[in-house]
Design a protein around this ligand. Structure first.
Ligand code: HEC
Length: 240
C-alpha cells in the first residue's frame, strides 16, 4: 500500500500534490486475434491506484447513499450516490471534475469547515476519516474513472485462469501479431511454453540480471502474478 496519509496531508496543506505518473506501454501491434475469446476480467489491483468499485463506492454507499439522504428515492439536492452512473448523472455539474479534486464538490463538502455544509453532516457520520477523504481525493485526481480490480490469488496455477489474463494485460500489446517483439508470441499456449523453455520468460518477469526486464517499461508484474507463473510451470505448464 502506498496510500501514505502523511504525504496526503503535506500535499493538501502545502499545495504540493504531485500526481502519479503512469505511462502505459505503447502497443506496437494492437491487432487482436479474432479467435481469442474476449478477456473482460478486471486487472490485478495496483496499490498505487484508487479504484471506484473497491475503494470509493463502499464509502459512498455506507456514508452518503442511504435512505433519507443520497439514495435514489430521496436524492438530496438531486445527487444520488449509489453507483458510478447515478453519481455522474447528478444535477450538480461540478460534483465530479475528473483530475481536479480541488474543483470537485464531492471533495469540497468533505473538507468543509462550515458545519452546515460539511458532508456527511456532523452527527450523521460526518466528517469522514482522513483516510477516506484521501481515497476520494486520489480517485478524483487519478481521473475519476469507473474502474475496478481483482485481488490476485497467489495459489492459482491455470493457464486460462491466471497466465493468459496477465499476458493479455501486460505483454501481448508487443508480443502478438505477424511480427511480435523478439519473435516471442505470447498469445497462444505453445508460444508461452516456448518462451518459458527457450526464451527466459521467468528471468524477464523477475527482472533477473541475465534477461531483459519485461515489461520493458511501466509497472512490473506483481509478486503474486510471478508466483502464478511459477505455480503453472511447477504443474507442468498445462493448457487448462
Ligand atoms: C512495450 C513492448 C513490450 C511489452 C509490453 C513486453 N515486451 Fe517482452 N520484449 C519486448 C522487446 C523489445 C524485447 C526484446 C528485448 C531485448 O532483447 O533486449 C522483448 C523480449 C522478450 C522476451 C525474450 C527475451 C530473450 O532474451 O529471449 C521474452 C520472453 C519477453 N519479452 C516476455 C515478455 C513478457 C512475459 C511480457 C509481459 C510481462 C513482455 N515481454 C512485455 C517488448 C515488450
Amino acid at each position: 500500500m502506498n496510500r501514505s496519509l502523511s504525504s496526503f496531508l503535506l500535499a493538501t496543506t502545502a499545495s504540493l500534490w504531485i500526481g502519479c505518473t503512469h505511462s502505459p506501454a505503447t502497443p506496437t501491434d494492437p491487432t487482436p486475434d479474432p479467435n481469442d475469446p474476449p478477456i473482460e476480467e478486471a486487472p490485478p489491483c495496483d496499490p498505487e491506484v484508487v479504484y471506484f468499485e473497491q475503494d470509493v463506492l463502499p464509502i459512498l454507499q455506507s456514508s452518503c447513499g442511504y435512505s433519507g439522504c443520497h439514495d435514489a428515492a430521496t436524492a438530496e439536492e438531486g445527487i444520488v450516490l449509489i453507483s458510478y452512473a447515478s453519481m455522474m448523472n447528478s444535477e450538480e455539474s461540478n460534483l465530479v471534475v475528473a483530475g481536479q479534486p480541488q474543483n470537485s464538490e464531492l471533495y469540497d463538502v468533505l473538507d468543509e469547515d462550515n458545519p452546515d455544509k460539511l458532508m456527511p453532516p456532523p452527527g450523521d457520520g460526518g466528517p469522514l476519516s482522513q483516510e477516506q477523504i484521501y481515497l476520494i481525493w486520489t480517485w478524483l485526481e487519478q481521473g475519476a474513472l469507473n474502474n475496478s480490480c481483482a485481488d490476485c490469488d497467489s495459489t492459482l496455477a491455470s493457464y486460462s485462469g491466471a497466465i493468459e489474463l496477465t499476458l493479455a494485460a501486460s505483454c501481448t500489446s508487443c508480443h502478438s501479431g505477424a511480427t511480435p517483439e523478439a519473435g516471442v508470441d505470447l498469445t497462444s499456449h505453445p508460444g508461452v511454453v516456448d518462451a518459458v523453455t527457450n526464451r527466459k520468460l521467468m528471468g524477464c518477469i523477475r527482472h533477473d540480471a541475465y534477461a531483459p526486464a519485461m515489461p520493458p517499461s511501466g509497472n512490473p508484474l506483481t509478486d503474486c502474478q510471478i508466483q502464478q507463473f511459477q505455480n503453472w510451470i511447477d504443474a507442468g505448464m498445462p493448457n487448462d
